[in-house]
Design a binder for this molecule. Structure first.
Ligand code: F0G
Length: 451
């Protein structure tokens, strides 16, 4: 059976091409913009041939108890909505997806929003949301016969790519900014056997260089400019809708770096809506770090009509990106859903991360921008107490343990960054103390930290 029902649609000029016709850098030959995967069959298949919402919902839930490899993946469980392969047998999976949705009980109370949840994408096989996109695009790479794959990365994409390449029996090349990625992520790329080049360049420079390289050698580009990545990354939208019994939440809050994830989640909810599986879309808001906020500036300047790259700086290294590739797609998602685009400070990120940690939900600093952004939105009166909110936590706390240790030992933030927030920060800090190896000394420490 041919499972492949897709074509590529240029986001800029509207050109349509067959999947294998895409250039190695995934830019449109006519206008240079990016492509989106589309499925003309859904539109053409009217009447009884159109996917039946009730049947799909039943089938996807049923697969959760199946022992088939593809059914056990939280991405391929939804394969009717990602027919991108000639044969689903070519899928490369590590049983990604099916991640937990947690109720944030304490933060709910503190913010006065009862229905506040975190979709923890850090609970994927390599510890970040990238796995859901990588399973999709790596499967295409394998099906099309590539032997090498590559990405530029702030760390998580490279970890995911290296793992999925290893599973597929492909070789992988990673370009990362020298000294600017968290060690946990670098160690993963090495563990999974990638050829790793640390370049004297930032993320944006690494991606530009890689774009040149893939034009000269038969290497498959696996950054989120590759539209198949976004097909996998749209599936958490399906999981979220399913978890709420197909009543979508009012708000979805997503961190923004290269802006692939917000674009993908927006596409996921849009497709559910178009196919009649849900009645509406959530408002999707994107939060950036103050020092890496080109989309926020773009919204302030002209509501997302054009974007000026910035030189990016933030300790949330995952989103240290000044020239995001998918900004047009993300801007459209925010505009179409009535969401917001905000930035948050280094102190706000650190505090939000510690608050999530105190709920037992560790995450990366880049993920914590979602809670920091939510707090701002609540203060501005943009989100009401009776609304349902889902924060997308993108990465696992152990990805960047240095950040956490620096925060708790008081070396993360400069005095300038912490100004005005000192008491809040002090209340959250849990520094490890050195004590004598006696019961009395340990019990004295307990007394000292009671309350
Ligand atoms: N959160 C984490 C933990 C990330 O690793 C990234 C991006 C983002 C948020 C932002 O997502 O780029 O889709 O807007 N990391 C990329 C990487 C760039 O190379 O791992 P985005």
């Amino acid at each position: 059976m041919n499972d492949n029902l897709h074509q590529l649609h240029c986001f800029g000029c509207g050109a349509r091409i067959a999947g294998p016709e895409a250039l190695p850098d995934f830019r449109c030959a006519e206008c240079g913009d990016l492509f989106e995967v589309e499925y003309p069959g859904w539109v053409q298949r009217k009447g009884p041939d159109r996917p039946n919402p009730g049947a799909l919902k039943w089938l996807w839930r049923e697969r959760k108890s199946s022992s088939e490899l593809l059914d056990q993946s939280g991405v391929w469980r939804f394969r009717e909505l990602l027919p991108i392969l000639d044969n689903f047998g070519n899928a490369v999976t590590l049983r990604e997806g099916n991640t937990p949705l947690y109720h944030l009980t304490r933060t709910s109370k503190a913010l006065g929003i009862d229905q506040l949840f975190a979709k923890h994408q850090g609970m994927n096989p390599t510890g970040s949301f990238k796995d859901t996109g990588m399973t999709a695009a790596m499967s295409v790479a394998r099906e099309r016969g590539f032997t090498w794959v590559a990405c530029a990365s702030t760390g998580n994409t490279s970890a995911a790519m290296a793992a999925y390449a290893a599973r597929a029996g492909l070789r992988s090349l990673v370009l990362i900014p020298d000294g600017k990625i968290a060690w946990g992520k670098l160690s993963q790329a090495m563990d999974y056997g990638a050829v790793t080049c640390q370049l004297k360049a930032d993320f944006d420079g690494c991606l530009t260089l890689l774009t040149q390289i893939v034009k000269e050698a038969p290497i498959y580009l696996l950054n989120s400019v590759n539209p198949y990545r976004l097909e996998g990354q749209k599936t958490p939208a399906f999981e979220i809708a399913e978890a709420f019994d197909w009543n979508v939440p009012d708000h979805l809050i997503v961190p923004g770096g290269n802006l692939g994830n917000s674009s993908a989640l927006g596409k996921g909810f849009r497709e559910l809506h178009e196919l009649g599986l849900v009645a509406r879309m959530p408002r999707i808001s994107v939060i950036q770090a103050e020092g890496a906020n080109p989309l926020v500036r773009s919204f302030e300047a002209n509501h997302g009509a054009s974007l000026e790259p910035v030189e990016a700086h933030t300790r949330a290294t995952a989103i240290r990106i000044g020239n995001p590739a998918s900004w047009r797609k993300a801007a459209r998602v925010i505009q179409d859903t009535g969401g917001w685009c905000l930035d948050v400070s280094e102190a706000e990120i650190a505090i939000a991360k510690a608050e999530l940690g105190a709920e037992g939900l560790g995450c990366e600093p880049a993920s914590a921008v979602t809670l920091a952004g939510l707090k701002k939105l609540v203060k501005q009166g943009a989100i009401a107490a009776n609304e349902t909110v889902v924060l997308v936590l993108t990465g696992h706390t152990l990805k960047d343990a240095d950040y956490t240790i620096d925060f708790h030992s008081g070396t993360l933030l400069t005095d300038e960054e912490a100004r005005g927030r000192e008491r809040e920060i002090e209340a959250l800090r849990r520094n490890a103390v050195v004590v004598d190896a006696t019961p009395a000394a340990v019990l004295a420490t307990l007394k000292g930290s009671a309350g």
